[in-house]
Design a binder for this molecule. Structure first.
Ligand code: NJP
Length: 253
């Protein structure tokens, strides 16, 4: 259901945006899909785990007033992303907002890091985001749309044992700023930079000592719904102004 001050809109109102979202099967992406549908938006949601997407869509569509469609894909598969965009255009006819949210962090000591883990973070967090942006930009330009990138506090700072993750999130912030500058009159850009959020994110880390050390902080982190609210506000603010980047931190820090 729509929360508090966040106004619900009828499904086909002119204020109903079509949102292309990646990483929608859990955490921030799932919370964002739910909140946007509850506020009348039409969400084309992707991730690899189709069962989770379908459960989410069944729940969201049962309550409305917006609509959610899902498709399983790996963001590293460019052809699959193209097919998803084509399906979104067929079903919804436009794309107003793109949220390339899929991402992961595998924290480790640099000396002991697995090169494949570094490459996976670069592939998903940078190349996956680039693929999503590249396949959706023509439609965003046509709709004078909005990109909402999911950066991090790691977009501006470097934290221990997470250097490569930080490097990927620096790239995400840079890309958002590049869109703001290069496409200034055509596409708006907001980058949301959260600190710790209580999702499954930290569970990708394989080093059990680091996991034990970090897990409690993430458990005390922000609710993913708080991040979702910032995405909804960015959409609702169209016509008033753009928050080009925003940092969100847990109360406890
Ligand atoms: O994490 P999690 P979050 N292809 O693990 C998907 C950033 N962030 O919600 O494919 C396609 O619950 C995965 O789906 P699936 C973070 O960097 C977080 O916290 O089914 N999708 C799932 O839906 C990331 O950019 C924190 O496994 C892929 C989603 O990504 C974003 O927030 C702090 C995929 C991950 O959901 C969402 O992460 C911060 C692939 N190859 C930034 N690989 C935080 N939680 O503290 C993964 O500063 N996904």
């Amino acid at each position: 259901m729509a929360q508090g001050y966040l106004r619900a809109m009828p499904h086909s109102s002119p204020d109903s945006s079509v949102v292309f979202l990646t990483g929608a099967s859990s955490g921030i992406g799932a919370a964002t899909a739910k909140l946007l549908v509850a506020n009348g938006h039409r969400v084309f949601a992707t991730a690899r785990r189709l069962d989770r997407l379908e459960t989410l869509a069944n729940e969201a569509n049962a309550s409305g007033p917006g609509q959610m469609m899902v498709r399983a894909l790996d963001v590293m598969d460019v052809e699959a992303q193209k097919a998803a965009v084509a399906e979104c255009m067929t079903e919804f006819g436009r794309i107003d907002v793109v949220i390339p949210n899929a991402g992961l962090g595998i924290f480790s000591n640099m000396e002991e890091a697995d090169l494949e883990d570094w490459f996976t973070m670069v592939d998903v967090n940078i190349k996956g985001v680039l693929a999503t942006l590249h396949v959706t930009l023509p439609h965003l330009i046509a709709s004078q749309g909005l990109v909402i990138n999911i950066g991090s506090v790691a977009s501006r700072n470097v934290f221990p044992f997470s250097g490569v993750y930080c490097a990927t999130k620096h790239a995400v912030l840079a890309l958002g700023e590049a869109i703001r500058q290069d496409l200034r009159t055509k596409v708006a850009s907001t980058t949301i930079c959260p600190g710790a959020v209580n999702t499954d994110f930290i569970e990708q880390t394989k080093d059990s000592e680091l996991l034990d050390q970090y897990r409690p902080n993430f458990k005390k982190g922000m609710r993913p719904e708080f991040i979702a609210e910032q995405a909804l506000l960015a959409i609702q603010n169209r016509g008033k102004g753009i928050v080009s980047d925003i940092t969100l931190r847990p109360d406890f820090l």
